[in-house]
Design a protein around this ligand. Sequence first.
Ligand code: BG6
Length: 482
Amino acid sequence: MNYNNCDFVIFGAKGDLSKRKLIPALYKLDKKKILHKNTKIIGVGRANWKKKEFLKIIKTSLKKFLKEKIKEKVWNTFKNRFSFCNLNVNDTKKFFKLKKKLDITKIIINYFAIPSNLYHNICKGLYRYNLNLKNSKIVLEKPIGNCLKTSNKINKNIGKYFKESQIFRIDHYLGKDTIINLLYLRFSNTILYNNWNKKHIDHVQITIAEEIGIEGRFKYFNKTGQMKDMVQNHILQILSIITMKEPKKINSKNIRKEKIKILKSLYFIKENEIEKKTVIGQYSHGKINNKKVSSYMSENFEKKNTNTETFVAIRIDIHNDRWKGVPFYIRTGKRLKKKCSKIVIVFKNNIPKTFNNFKNSKTNKLIIQLEPNEKIYLNFLNKVPSLKQKCELKKFKMKFTYSKNFKKKSIPESYEKLLLDCMLGDQSLFVHIDEVKQSWKWIDNIVNIWKKVSKKPELYVSGSWGPYLSKKMIEKDGRKWI
Ligand code: BG6
C-alpha cells in the first residue's frame, strides 16, 4: 500500500482550524509533491454545499492563511482532490453518504477538527458502516475533554472503535521543527548531553508568550483558560522533551515511554504552596505594537464577571534522580508584549573558587528561541584583551540563527509535518493516552486548588510581560525572567 495514497476526511471542514491550518498544510504538501496523485480530500459538514461552493471556501482560506502566493499549477491539481459530504455527525445512520465517497482499499485518515464532545458519535457512525477498518486512522485535536474525568470518558469511548495504534492525538507544538530539534540538540551534542542534569543546571525557564488575544473564541476560552489551552498540552510536552531520558530508539514507543516517565514524576503542588508557586492573570486593555487593544472582559459577551485566566506562571518541580531540586519556571499568556517562545537553560556556577570572584555569576545560559526568529545562543565569559595584571571578563554570545545558517531551507509548518507523519503511520509526534491522563491529573490538582481557595487572576496591561506577581514569584527564589 502506498503510504500517502489516502482518502483524507475532514470533519468540521468549514471550521477555523480547517481553514487556517489543515487546508494550507495540505496545499503545501501537494506543492512539494508529497501527496499521492490519487489522494482525495473529503470535507464533511452540515452545510448543503455543492463542490463549487466548497472550492470557493478553500480558495479563500488559502488566500488568507497560506502566507505565500497560490501557484495556479498547484491549485489546478489541488482543487481536483476535493469533494464535500453533507452530513450531520449526530445522525450516524447517514454515514453511508460518506462511505460512498471513500475508497476503502486506501488508507483513510479521519481528521476530527470539531469539539471533542462529538468524537464519540463520529466513531459510532464510522463503525456503523465498517469504516473503522485496520487501514483507517483518526486524528484528534486538543483539548480532549476538560479534566481527567471527561477526557477519560472520551478516550474510553473512542477506544471501543479504534485501537491506540490508529489514534493520532495532535499537539501541534510537537510538529514544530525547533521542538523536534530539542531531542537532537540534547542527545547529539556531548557538551549538552553530559551536563543536562541537576549537577550542572540551576534552573530552566519556558516562555510561550502570545501577542494575540482570544480572537473571538470567548465561548471556548472562558471554559478553558490558559492553563488548559496551553499548559496541559503544549507546555507539558515541551517540558517532557527537555527533561526526558534518551530514548533507546528514535521511535514512537520509546520516545513516548520516556515522556510518560517525566509526566509521572511531576511534583503535585500542595494547597499551602499554591500562592508561592502559581500565578494567574487576565489581560486588561493596553497597546501592542502601538495599537490599542481591548481587555478580556470587553470580549465577554456574557457580561458577567469572570475569573478565567489568560496568563499562567508556575514553578514546576520534577521528582526524579536527574532533576530533583531544579525548578522549571513556566509562563504563558495572551496579549503579552510580543510573540516569543523560548527555553532558557541556566547553568550552575560550578567553577573553581579562584575564578568565582568575577562579576556575572551564572553566566552560562543556553537560550533556545523556538519562534519567531528561530535561534540558539550561549552566553559565556571571555577575557578583555589588555596588559593589565587584573583581568576583566566580559559576557558574550555565541549565536546560531536559522535564517543565516539555513538560508535555502524554509522551516516546515507543524501541520505539514504532522499530517505527513500520520499518513506514514508514525506516532512519535503524537500524544499517547497515558500522557493525556498524566497531564490532566497534574493540571486538575492545581485547578481544583485554585477553585477551593477562590484564586483570582491579577489584571495585567495588554502589551506587558504579564502580572507583577509573576515577576515576584521567580524573584522570591533569587532568580529573574530572561
Ligand atoms: C493553540 C491554542 O493550541 O495554540 C491557542 O488553542 C494558541 O489559544 C495557539 O493561540 C498558539 O499556537 P502557535 O503555534 O501560534 O504558538
